[in-house]
Ligand binder design. Structure first.
Ligand code: NAD
Ligand code: UDP
Length: 340
């Protein structure tokens, strides 16, 4: 019998790509998602790509009754926990929504897991927990006491809660996966990132400019102490990230306690480098305008991914060109995202 994995937030951007990778690796998958930022169409497409379907349960991770029913109906080997809210700006305006969804939601999930005696968990954390780093690249032991916004603080709170949980009970084995900047789409062009409204993140914004939905890209800050004055980030292909979750699943099976792994490439690119690479991959111009810095942004941020390489045997394999080509394939084949 195959192992069954519960994927919270599995209809979303990273969750859908990871669900696909799990199905392709012969896991059975149950997706729990309230569709607050996604569409069940992503899962229909996952099934089209791989010929296997995840079970889909529409519901909220804060719904204890639903969780208890789900855990008593199915036997799970592990939980991959993607569900949560992720927009930094919105978290400043609505902090309680973020603490409720991300922190209370994670607590409800862990309580239900403990009742069902499921103790293997991988949590979607973020490089944002490192706050404003002063040296590069960032290793996992870099201090994490100063995230710059409520979203980042909600991620850090969950990390600390999960660490306390592991310290209290040796049956738990938990991966805290700190993602850098996920971009790209599945190479089929059938699933990808489909943000609601005007995108917050750079790549969806660039692709919507290239497709003509938005006139020009605001480049937030041209006066950072970086290679060309624009912000530098470690962009990682979402399929590499999905592979990282499969490796982390193996990793937590053979270890107990809490384990932190950066999932990044170790390479930083500036906003202008990203624009030019996208123009090359798409053959479309991306008009942009330099505007003042965005509040809360840092100058540069890239990972030391060595710990995941040593301990999990994982490293990102896809380069910038592939990330851009895959983004463009998804965007040009689905100009309205999953809407039709
Ligand atoms: P996403 O919004 O596409 O996916 C999150 C999914 O969770 C959505 O399908 C949403 O409907 C669902 N969801 C939200 N709240 C829920 C709740 N209370 N109950 C059930 N389902 C709920 O986001 P994503 O980019 O795929 O991110 C996945 C995870 O990775 C998030 O936790 C995010 O914070 C984290 N992360 C994302 C990035 C990034 O840049 N995309 C970077 C670092 C960390
Ligand atoms: N950025 C930009 N214009 C945009 C969105 C983002 O110039 O419309 C820049 C942002 O300032 C940062 C980089 O692109 O330097 C990545 O931003 P994103 O929001 O994608 O990720 P973050 O690293 O902030 O989580």
């Amino acid at each position: 019998m195959n192992d069954t994995v519960l994927v919270t937030g599995g209809a979303g951007y990273i969750g859908s790509h990871t669900t696909l990778a799990l199905l392709e690796a012969n896991y059975d998958v149950v997706v729990l998602d309230n569709l607050s930022n996604s569409s069940a169409e992503s899962l229909r497409r996952v099934a089209q790509i791989c010929g296997r379907k995840p079970e889909f349960v529409q519901g909220d991770i804060r719904d204890t009754t639903l969780l208890n029913d789900l855990f008593s109906r199915r036997t799970f080997t592990a939980v991959l926990h993607f569900a949560g809210l992720k927009a930094v700006g919105e978290s400043v305006r609505k902090p309680m929504d973020y603490y409720d969804n991300n922190v209370v939601g994670s607590m409800c999930l862990c309580q239900a897991m403990a009742r069902a005696e499921v103790f293997w968990l991988a949590f979607s954390s973020s490089a944002t927990v490192y706050g404003e780093p002063t040296r590069m690249p960032i290793c996992e032991d870099y201090p994490t006491n100063m995230p710059t916004n409520p979203y980042g603080r909600s991620k850090l709170m969950v990390e600390r809660m999960l660490s306390d949980l592991c310290a209290s009970d040796a049956r738990w084995s938990i991966a805290l996966l700190r993602y850098f900047n996920p971009i790209g789409a599945h190479s089929s062009g059938m699933i990808g990132e489909d943000p609601n409204g005007i995108p917050n993140n750079l790549l969806p914004y660039i692709s919507q400019v290239a497709i003509g939905k938005i006139e020009q890209l605001p480049v937030y800050g041209g006066d950072y102490p970086t290679i060309d004055g624009t912000g530098v980030r470690d962009y990682i292909h979402v399929q590499d990230l999905a592979d990282g979750h499969l490796k982390a699943l193996h990793g937590i099976r053979s270890r107990s306690g809490v384990h932190i792994w950066n999932l990044g490439t170790g390479i930083g690119y500036s906003v202008l480098q990203m624009i030019h690479a996208f123009e090359q991959a798409s053959g479309r111009p991306v008009p942009y305008q330099l505007v003042p810095r965005r509040a809360g942004d840092i100058a540069e941020c890239w990972a030391d991914p060595g710990k995941a390489a040593r301990e999990l045997g994982w490293q990102a394999r896809r380069g910038l060109q592939e990330m851009m080509q895959d983004t463009w394939r998804w965007q040009s084949a689905n100009p309205q995202g999953y809407a039709h």
